[in-house]
Design a binder for this molecule. Structure first.
Ligand code: PSV
Ligand code: MN
Ligand code: MN
Length: 386
């Protein structure tokens, strides 16, 4: 009962990969290093370009500032172009500076808030140099203990700081505002949920949109509902894709719960967000124990597979079953799409586009990992945070 997606439908998929996925990362217990890990943003881009070269799915790379700070932005931009990719979203960072111990844009001290706003203005300068469209704001702001600060006053300060940043966003730029229900703050977080992000974006204006990171919800949250609602409101700006078993695990998207990923992209497609450049699909992952470039290849392929299954949904039959309130049939149609083995179709699709039929195998056979392990000796390997 499933339908077959057309090549044109499949071709609409584009996924932005994060520069930080190629650096070493870990937990607070240990960061394991991997031979060949990039030593600078130029090498991160080279790795990211391998993902695009083998899959045709990842044409842009998100930057994190100042982790990816370089002296010559033009050179970085040209380097990306030479590799066949482009620089994407600029992520601000107000979570690794001692001054931001008690918050950044919501901090009680006006001097610290100014510093945090200035950091974002610097990110906007970077965006001019990189040609990026989106400034992504994720804040670690919050408190650890009841009474530590006024929840309400922090919202007011946050709104004022965000407005100062938004005022400097150009016509062609957007601010995308991410929420997260806890961590690193454990009592309250200043942007804990989509509703809070939405309220601030609404006050800011049309070019402010919500970022939905799939790992940033309490267990059991119906994420596809949030997708449907934000699309309905025209306020879903971007996804940070990853998967999780417990909290913000940042594991490979689709690894923990492929059915949830399927349900999310079904709503993405139903709400008109698939293939819409205003709904940017980004990975936000870390590869702590697995090889990083193959980890990214697996990730984009998992998203592609979920999209192909969701495009297999017989929406006409589903509409009839829903109209008839035929619960079991409607659910069966949904599960038929999910159960469809789209791998042969995707293999064929890749072949028709001149891409490797098995991108993972082609990459592993290419010798790239051995080459970077031999070449990238000396210097400091970039990590999550450098
Ligand atoms: C925070 O947990 C977050 O999801 C934000 O998007 C950060 O920019 C990113 O992780 C850093 O890895
Ligand atoms: Mn994120
Ligand atoms: Mn996160």
């Amino acid at each position: 009962m499933a339908v077959t997606p057309t090549p044109a439908q499949l071709d609409r998929l584009q996924i932005e990969v994060p520069s930080w996925a190629y650096g070493n990362s870990g937990t607070r217990f240990r960061v394991f290093t991997t031979p060949g890990t990039p030593r600078d943003p130029f090498e991160k881009l080279a790795d990211a370009a391998e993902v695009h070269r083998h899959t045709g799915l990842a044409p842009t790379v998100a930057l994190h500032y100042p982790w990816d700070k370089v002296d010559d932005w033009d050179a970085l931009r040209r380097h990306a172009e030479d590799l066949g990719v482009a620089l994407g979203t600029v992520n601000s960072n107000t979570f690794q500076d001692d001054d931001f111990k008690f918050g950044s844009l919501a901090h009680p001290d006006a001097r610290i808030r100014r510093k945090a706003v200035d950091h974002h203005l610097e990110c906007i300068e970077v965006m001019h140099a990189t040609g990026s469209r989106d400034l992504k704001v994720w804040l670690a702001d919050g408190t650890n203990y009841p009474g530590q600060d006024s929840i309400r006053e922090r919202q007011d300060r946050l709104a004022e700081s965000l407005a100062q940043i938004y005022a400097e966003i150009d016509e062609e730029h957007r601010m995308v505002l991410e929420y997260k229900f806890f961590e690193p703050a454990f009592y309250h977080t200043d942007i804990p949920d989509w509703g809070t992000s939405y309220v601030h974006c609404l006050a800011l204006g049309d070019r402010a949109k919500v970022v939905l990171d799939t790992g940033h919800h309490a267990p059991g949250t119906n994420i596809e509902f949030i997708v449907a609602q934000l699309l309905r409101l025209g306020k879903l700006g971007a996804f940070d894709f990853n998967s999780r078993f417990y909290a913000d695990d940042d594991l490979i998207v689709g690894a923990a719960d492929p059915f949830q990923l399927f349900r999310i992209v079904v709503e993405l497609i139903a709400g008109g967000g698939y293939g819409d450049p205003d709904v940017q699909l980004v990975l936000d992952q870390c590869h702590n124990i697995e090889a990083k470039v193959p980890g990214q290849i697996r990730s984009v392929l998992n998203v592609q597979e979920a999209i192909a299954k969701a495009l297999s949904l017989d929406t006409d039959a589903l509409a009839v079953a829903r109209r008839d309130c035929d619960v079991l049939l409607a659910n069966e149609i949904m599960m038929d799409a999910y159960a469809t083995d789209v791998r042969p179709l995707l293999t064929e699709h890749r072949a028709a586009k001149g891409l490797p039929e098995n991108p993972m195998r082609a990459f592993l056979d290419s010798g790239y990992l051995d080459r970077i392990a031999a070449e990238r000796v000396g210097g400091t390997q970039a990590g999550w945070g450098a």
